[in-house]
Design a protein around this ligand. Structure first.
Ligand SMILES: [Zn+2]
Ligand SMILES: [Zn+2]
Length: 136
């Protein structure tokens, strides 16, 4: 069991949330939609069997659903554009963009998914040197 109480917020701080439940999966997703939505090589998402509660700023939360997607959508703060969690009915759980978390998730990344869509320049494994901070 990874019973979790995960709190997070957006870049501007207007929106804050708590997700309670069991953290089941933690994936780096390299699919094209995640690349577009995040503007980077992959999304890092934690999936929790549980519920999402907005602590503040819910009026600033909106979302965009990709018209031809079954379930892909992007939930974000209208003020700063940060990705935020969303309830995913098909998974009966909450998908949390890991970067929005202010608390440490109880599980570690388990896999990279949609590797077939991975950009050639994206990080993709443990062969790259790692830096604790920005490396110039
Ligand atoms: Zn914000
Ligand atoms: Zn994806």
């Amino acid at each position: 069991m990874n019973e979790a109480r995960l709190e997070g917020s957006c870049l501007c701080g207007e929106v804050a949330y708590v997700v309670r439940g069991e953290a089941r999966r933690f994936y780096h997703c390299h699919c094209k939609r995640c690349r577009k939505a995040t503007g980077t090589g992959h999304a890092s998402n934690v999936f929790v069997d549980g519920e999402l509660e907005w602590l503040r700023g819910q009026e600033n939360v909106t979302w965009f659903k990709v018209p031809d997607a079954i379930r892909f959508g992007n939930t974000f703060c209208v003020n700063c554009g940060s990705r935020l969690p969303r309830w995913v009915p098909e998974l009966t759980g909450v998908m949390i963009p890991a970067g929005s978390l202010d608390t440490e998730p109880s599980i570690a990344p388990q896999a990279r998914i949609f590797g077939g869509s991975k950009a050639p320049w994206s990080c993709g494994g443990d062969t790259l040197p790692q830096f604790d901070e920005y490396a110039g």
